[in-house]
Design a protein. Structure first.
Length: 240
């Protein structure tokens, strides 16, 4: 498949750049709508994201409600932001790119590994039937669950736990997004990908430039992979 065009610079999801569907839509009088529109036009469409459903979800989900209050004014900046516990909310372009690569469809069941603040799950919820999201850090997981419930994302189910093993009792999944980098792709995630499914994951060692990779499973269960671009994510944390 063709991947979206993008800047040749290394994109960072956990640091700065180096070099829609559920309920929960923002109110019509949302004063941040202009900031989201500028974010989509200048950071996302300008870099080649074309899927109209992805663009609509990025315009609708109130990113400023998924960052700490003291960072609200920076919510729509072209960069990742800290959310506590040593974790980040990814750069808007990375969220849009990973979502587009996954080609979410209205009837899909999606798994996210690494809930963080819940923003990527909220974006996915606008595009698929069900989202299951796992966060290993208890504080972040509980806060994300509360936030998503309060904002009305009723098709998102959260769980605190080790996402390395996926969510076997809810498998298979048509879409899997991993928002932290393992050194090797976890075998359980590949196993839980449905025939015809798409898995998007950053792969590589912590502290190094990693590779954003797309896996696709055909109807016979065979896997194909494609390296998309260099990125830098926080490492995928596992239970000791």
């Amino acid at each position: 498949m063709k991947t979206p065009s993008h800047s040749p610079a290394v994109i960072s999801a956990a640091l700065l750049v180096i070099a829609s569907c559920a309920t929960g839509a923002p109110p019509s009088n949302d004063s941040w709508a202009g900031a989201r529109e500028a974010m989509v036009a200048q950071q996302i469409e300008a870099r080649g994201i074309r899927d109209p459903r992805v663009l609509a979800a990025m315009r609708e989900v109130p990113r400023h409600l998924f960052v700490p209050d003291w960072l609200g004014s920076a919510a729509y900046d072209d960069r990742p932001l800290p959310i506590g516990e040593g974790q980040t909310i990814s750069q808007p372009y990375i969220v849009a790119l990973m979502t587009e690569l996954a080609r979410p469809r209205g009837g899909d069941r999606a798994l996210e590994v690494g809930t963080g603040s819940g923003y990527q799950a909220a974006v996915l919820s606008r595009l698929v039937k069900e989202v299951y999201t796992v966060e290993i850090l208890v504080t972040l997981g509980r806060e994300a669950d509360r936030r998503l419930r309060e904002l009305g994302y009723e098709n998102v189910t959260t769980r605190v736990g080790d996402g390395y093993g996926g969510w076997p009792e809810k498998a298979p999944f048509d879409v899997i997004l991993v928002t932290a980098a393992p050194e090797q792709v976890p075998a359980p995630l590949l196993e839980q990908l449905a025939p015809g499914g798409r898995l998007v994951v950053p792969v590589g060692a912590a502290g190094d430039v990693q590779t954003l990779r797309l896996y696709e499973k055909d109807s016979a269960g065979a896997l194909q992979s494609q390296d998309v671009l260099p990125v830098r994510f926080v490492p995928l944390v596992r239970t000791p």
